[in-house]
Design a protein around this ligand. Structure first.
Ligand SMILES: O=C(O)CCC(=O)C(=O)O
Length: 304
């Protein structure tokens, strides 16, 4: 079948490196509307009713409280780790304190929904990539690395957080502002999706909260794959496709420039892959995971 959006070389590059940068996937108008909507959402944030949840992806720091665990079908706000003082009060204005807004922007917010589920260019890309037979979308977030305190995201792969059997997570990450080595651009270990196993998964713990369940014995899990991280600086509107098994990370933002990005994920749905009931984010009867394509994608090739 003829390709609609991607070039064959881009597909090959994605499978070789485990990620692919697509410059200018969103044009200036689309990117501006996503950025403005993100800023409006920050203005709408009600500090007083917020349980002051912090969210980090470090192993010891996962805040498994209810506010986080029930955010899969809502639009909620998560603070930068360094936003609060010892008394739990915001140290700076609210718009400069939020690290993340999630996790159902693609369902509930018209601007993000249009960019995600209502985006014909995205559907063409998904048909070209043929990564999933019947993809569904989940876990959308605006990630803001705030000036000077923007939190780091330690090395991880996305299948740890969205576990399916077989693994099928695919991340879509869109720069809404210029991302540089100063303000926390993403970096990747190219090819790590082919050699680094999924060593653990992030699960709901019986009795409440979350934790990591080890999938491999510690001696195997600790083997760091060799190679050098590549920093991918991006311009506003650039899309990065992220294979669920590729290792990636981003550093703290200590600069005077914010780094807004919009990200969401796709997984393969049943009967092709089973979504694990221990995953932190669970579909609800009122909001099952939405299909991305109007028709199931008939052929899947080259899944690593
Ligand atoms: O935006 C970031 O800095 C990290 C994003 C990321 O690692 C992810 O979406 O998996």
């Amino acid at each position: 079948m003829a390709l609609e959006f991607l070039k064959q070389e881009q597909i090959a590059q994605f499978h070789r490196d485990g990620y692919l940068v697509i410059p200018g996937f969103f044009d200036e108008t689309e990117t501006d509307s996503l950025l403005s909507r993100s800023k409006q959402l920050l203005d709408e944030f009600d500090v007083d009713s917020h349980p002051k949840t912090k969210f980090t992806t470090g192993d010891d720091n996962h805040v498994g409280d209810d506010y986080f665990l029930t955010s899969g079908d809502k639009i909620r706000y998560f603070l930068e780790e360094d936003a609060l003082d010892d008394q739990g009060k915001l140290k700076r204005e609210k718009q400069k304190s939020i690290n993340k807004i999630g996790h159902a922007l693609h369902e509930l917010d018209p601007v993000f929904r249009k960019a995600t589920l209502g985006n014909d260019r995205l559907k063409a890309l998904v048909r070209d990539l043929k990564f999933h037979r019947s993809p569904v979308a989940l876990q959308s977030m605006v990630i803001i690395k705030q000036t000077y305190i923007g939190g780091e995201v330690p090395e991880h792969n996305d299948s740890t957080f969205l576990y399916t059997d077989p693994p099928s997570a695919l991340g879509f990450w869109i720069a809404l502002e210029k991302c540089t080595n100063q303000n926390g651009a993403l970096s990747f270990l190219p090819g790590s999706h082919l050699i680094a196993p999924i060593t653990k998964r992030f699960v709901r713990v019986p009795g409440g909260g979350t934790g990591f369940e080890q999938l491999l014995p510690p001696e195997e899990a600790q083997k760091a794959p060799e190679g050098e991280y590549i920093l991918e600086e991006c311009n506003p509107g650039d899309l990065v496709l992220i294979h669920g098994a590729v290792l990636h990370k981003s550093e703290k933002n200590l600069s005077p420039n914010t780094r807004f990005a919009y990200t969401f994920h796709m997984i393969e749905s049943a009967p092709y892959a089973n979504y694990d009931e221990k995953n932190w984010l669970q579909p609800t009867p009122a909001m099952p995971f939405s299909r991305v394509l109007d028709e199931p994608n008939p052929v899947v090739i080259g899944k690593a």
